[in-house]
Design a protein around this ligand. Structure first.
Ligand SMILES: [Zn+2]
Length: 710
C-alpha cells in the first residue's frame, strides 16, 4: 500500500512506483494497492464493526480458519482464487458504498482501532512535555475537540491572512510564499504546494547525497488537461472547483460579486501554471546563478535563506519549462490576484484541521473526484492525520503494544531463510553468466531486511504541540517536518535512518537503499487468533517477504546496484536473456481478460507480477525447510503444501465491483487480485502436485509454457 498519511490527499501523478503520503524521498515499491486518497477515509468503522466480532475467550474450538474460507463447489484447478476464498466472499459482500472489499480493508480498520486506543490512553495521561505520549495525546485531544475548532473558526490563521493583506510587491509575495514553504503541508496530493515545490531528496545519481530539487506545482487539480478538458467528468470537477473557490472567497470577503471575481482570477492563475507542466521528472543540476537567470523575478538567495537553506551552490531543476513560465506569470498577473491565490491556498491547505465549514467546503469539491459522499467518523480522520504528522511516535507505541519481540523474531528468521533460498536459486541459474551472478549475489547480500521498526528513532521531542488549537498543531508539526528535511541537506545520507512517516501497515522495497521493510501491520492477521496460533504454512504463504525481496531483482529493481545506485551491473547477454523470460510473463498476463473485452496490461503490471511469482518460489523453497513441511501432517484437512497456497490466496482476499475492476485494468501497475493468485500459481510445479491439477483444467499450463525467471 502506499504511504498514505493525510487522508485528504490525492496523488496527482505517481512516478514509477506507488508513493506514500509525503513527497517521496526515495523510490519504493509496495505490495498492495493503496487505499490512498479520500477513498481510504471513507472506510467507515461502522462497516468494520458490523463485519468482525471481537473473539470471545470462551469460544469453542472452531473450524480451521483456512478451511472455513474454501468454496468446495469450485475446483482448485479451475479457479484457485475462488476455491480458496469463495466462502469468505459469500460471508463478506462488498458494502454498498464501497468499490471493493477484502481482508486488507478489515486489517486496516483493525489497525485504526488499535491506534485509536493508543491515542486515547496517551491523551488521558498528560505525559511530560516532549514525550511521545504527550505529542500523540495533545494532537489527539485537539483533533477530537471539534467544539473549540468551530468556535475558533479562521482565527488561528488570521495572522497569515494579515501578512497576505500587507503584501505590496513581488518580493513581499515571495516572502509569504516562503512562510508557507516553511510548513510541509499539502492537501490534494503530496505534490500540490503553493506556487512551486522544492524539496530535499536522495540524489538519484549519487544515493549517498541529498539534493534540493525544484519541481512544478502550484495547482490544485494537477495538470493542464484538468483545467481545460471538456469531457463530462472533467467538467463536473472543474465546476466543483470553481464553486469551492467561490465559497472560500465568500467566507473571506462577504460579497458575492467580489468572491466570484477572486475565484475566477485564482482559477486562471492555476490554469496558467498547469499549462507550463511537462513530465516534471527531469534531472538537471544547475548553479544558483543559472537558476537566477532562468527565473530572475524571484530573489533565490533571499528565498532559500528564508526557508532555512544557508549554504547551497546548486539545485536539481526538474522542470525548467515550468520555472520559466512561472517567472513570466509573476511579472504579468496583477499582485491583487496573487494575494487571492495565497488566501485560497492558506484555507485549502489547512481545511482538514480548521472548522467544519472549511472542511465541508473542501469535501464538497473533493467528492467530485472520488464520487464518495459523506464523512467518516471524526476519530477516523484524526487517525489519518496522526499517521501523517506523528508517524514515528505512533509507530513506536504501536510496535510496543502490538508487535512483541518474539513475533518480530519469527519474521526476522523467516526473512533470512528466504534470502538463503534466493541465494541458492541465483547460484544455480542456467541462463546467467558468472559475472552477473556475482553482482546479483552481492546485491542480495547487501539487501537490508528490516522487520518492524528499527530501534533508532528520530527525536520528536522538540515538536511544540499544545492543547490549544488543532490547526495550530498541524502548522507546528508541518514546520518541524520542514526543519528536519532541510537539516539533511548538508549531511550524508544516513541509511539507518527511519522514515519519518513509517507506514505501519505495509511492506515495501526501497530501491535507493536496497532495503526491504516489513511493518508490523503488514503481517497478515487472522481475526480472533494470536500470531503464535498461526502455522508456518500460513505465515510463509501469506506474508509478502518474498515478494518484497524479489523487487530488488524485478524488471525495475534490477537496474539498481547493491548500494542503491542506478548502475547497470548486467552483461548485455544476461539482460537479453532476462527480457526474454520477462516477455513470457508479460504475454501470460496480457491474455487474462477479467472483464469482457478488457485485458490485464502485462507490461504495466510486470514488476508486481514478477515479484509475486519469484516471491512464491523463494518463499516456498524456504518453507520446505520448516518442521511443519517435513512432518507433512494435515491441519484442517489440508497438507502443509496445500495450506501454503491457500495462505497465499488469503493475502489477496478481495473482491471488487466491475466499475472499479475496469478502472484497474486500464494500465494499472497491479493486476487484479484473482490474476495475482491464479496467474502465479499456474507456473508453480508444487501447486500442480498439491491440488492434482491436470491437463484440461483451466489453470493447467504445459511445463514448457510455464514462466521461470529466477
Ligand atoms: Zn510489490
Amino acid at each position: 500500500m502506499i504511504r498514505k498519511g493525510n487522508d485528504l490527499e490525492r496523488p496527482i501523478k505517481s512516478r514509477k512506483s506507488v508513493f506514500r503520503s509525503g513527497p517521496p524521498r526515495r523510490l519504493a515499491r509496495k505490495w498492495r494497492h493503496s487505499l490512498q486518497g479520500t477513498f481510504a477515509l471513507l472506510v467507515t468503522l461502522i462497516l468494520w464493526a458490523a463485519t468482525i466480532e471481537p473473539p470471545s475467550a470462551a469460544q469453542q474450538p472452531r473450524q480451521d480458519f483456512l478451511a472455513a474460507d474454501v468454496d468446495t463447489t469450485v475446483s482448485p484447478g479451475e479457479d484457485f482464487f475462488q476455491y480458496a476464498n469463495g466462502e469468505w466472499f459469500k460471508r463478506n459482500p462488498i458494502p454498498e458504498n464501497r468499490g471493493k472489499w477484502g481482508i486488507g480493508n478489515l486489517a486496516s480498520e483493525d489497525i485504526a482501532a488499535q491506534l485509536r486506543r493508543i491515542s486515547e490512553v496517551a491523551a488521558a495521561k498528560k505525559a511530560p512535555r516532549g514525550s511521545i505520549e504527550q505529542l500523540v495525546g495533545d494532537f489527539w485531544f485537539t483533533g477530537m475537540d471539534s467544539t473549540t475548532a468551530n468556535k475558533q473558526g479562521l482565527a488561528p490563521v488570521q495572522p497569515d491572512l494579515d501578512r497576505i493583506d500587507q503584501i505590496r510587491s513581488i518580493r513581499d509575495l515571495i516572502d509569504v510564499v516562503a512562510i508557507f514553504h516553511n510548513r510541509e503541508q499539502f492537501n490534494g496530493g503530496p505534490w500540490s504546494r503553493v506556487l512551486f515545490f522544492g524539496h530535499v531528496e536522495q540524489d538519484e545519481k549519487n544515493s549517498d547525497r541529498w539534493i534540493y530539487s525544484l519541481l512544478q506545482s502550484g495547482t490544485s487539480m494537477g495538470s493542464s488537461e484538468s483545467y481545460s478538458s471538456t469531457d463530462p467528468r472533467s467538467v463536473k470537477i472543474q465546476v466543483a472547483f470553481r464553486e469551492y473557490l467561490f465559497k472560500t472567497f465568500l467566507r473571506l470577503q462577504h460579497d458575492s460579486g467580489k468572491a466570484r471575481a477572486s475565484a475566477d482570477a485564482v482559477y486562471d492563475i492555476e490554469a496558467q501554471l498547469a499549462k507550463a507542466f511537462d513530465h516534471g521528472y527531469g534531472y538537471e543540476k544547475i548553479g544558483l546563478d543559472e537558476l537566477s537567470r532562468l527565473a530572475p523575478t524571484i530573489d533565490w538567495n533571499r528565498y532559500l535563506q528564508q526557508i532555512g537553506i544557508a549554504k547551497i551552490d546548486s539545485v536539481n531543476m526538474r522542470s525548467r519549462r515550468f520555472y520559466v513560465a512561472l517567472d513570466s506569470l509573476l511579472r504579468t498577473v496583477p499582485l491583487e490576484n496573487w494575494k487571492d491565490y495565497l488566501r485560497f491556498w492558506l484555507i485549502k491547505l489547512n481545511s482538514p484541521y480548521l472548522d467544519d465549514e472549511a472542511l465541508d467546503d473542501f469535501r464538497a469539491y473533493d467528492s467530485a473526484y472520488t464520487g464518495a459522499a459523506g464523512l467518516p467518523p471524526r476519530w477516523r480522520m484524526i487517525i489519518q492525520h496522526e499517521k501523517r504528522w506523528l508517524g514515528q511516535p505512533l509507530a513506536r507505541l504501536f510496535e510496543k503494544e502490538y508487535f512483541p519481540a518474539d513475533e518480530k523474531a519469527r519474521y526476522q528468521a523467516m526473512a533470512e531463510t528466504i534470502r538463503d533460498a534466493f541465494r541458492n536459486r541465483i547460484a544455480h541459474l542456467d541462463w546467467m553468466s558468472d559475472a552477473t551472478k556475482q553482482n546479483a549475489l552481492l546485491k542480495l547480500a547487501h539487501l537490508k531486511l528490516s522487520i518492524g521498526f528499527p530501534e533508532k528513532w528520530t527525536d520528536f521531542s522538540a515538536m511544540p504541540l499544545r492543547r490549544d488549537s488543532y490547526v495550530l498543531n498541524e502548522i507546528r508539526a508541518s514546520k518541524w517536518f520542514h526543519d528536519q528535511e532541510i537539516k539533511r541537506l548538508n549531511a550524508a545520507v544516513d541509511r539507518t535512518e527511519v522514515d519519518l512517516i513509517p507506514d505501519i501497515s505495509d511492506a515495501e522495497y526501497d530501491w535507493s537503499n536496497n532495503e526491504m521493510r516489513l511493518r508490523p501491520g503488514a503481517v497478515m492477521a487472522v481475526p480472533g487468533l494470536r500470531n503464535d496460533q498461526l502455522d508456518d504454512a500460513f505465515v510463509y504463504g501469506s506474508t509478502p517477504l518474498g515478494h518484497e525481496i524479489s523487487h530488488a531483482f524485478d524488471s525495475e529493481g534490477r537496474h539498481y546496484d547493491a548500494y542503491g545506485n542506478k548502475v547497470d551491473w548486467w552483461t548485455a547477454a544476461d539482460s537479453a536473456a532476462f527480457l526474454v523470460r520477462a516477455q513470457v510473463l508479460i504475454d501470460e498476463y496480457n491474455e487474462f481478460m477479467p472483464l469482457d473485452g478488457l485485458h490485464v496490461n502485462g507490461q504495466a503490471s510486470l514488476a508486481e507480477n514478477m515479484a509475486d511469482l519469484v516471491g512464491v518460489r523463494i518463499t516456498l523453497d524456504a518453507f520446505k525447510k520448516t518442521e511443519q513441511f517435513k512432518k507433512n501432517e494435515r491441519v484442517g484437512g489440508f497438507t502443509p503444501l496445500q495450506r501454503f497456497f491457500l495462505a497465499y490466496a488469503y493475502g489477496f482476499m478481495t473482491q471488487e465491483r466491475t466499475e472499479l475492476l475496469a478502472g484497474m485494468l486500464k494500465g494499472g501497475s497491479y493486476a487484479p487480485e484473482r490474476e495475482r493468485v491464479n496467474g502465479v500459481l499456474m507456473n508453480i510445479p508444487e501447486f500442480y502436485e498439491a491440488f492434482n491439477v491436470k491437463p484440461g483444467d483451466r489453470m493447467y499450463r504445459p511445463e514448457s509454457a510455464r514462466v521461470k525467471i529466477w
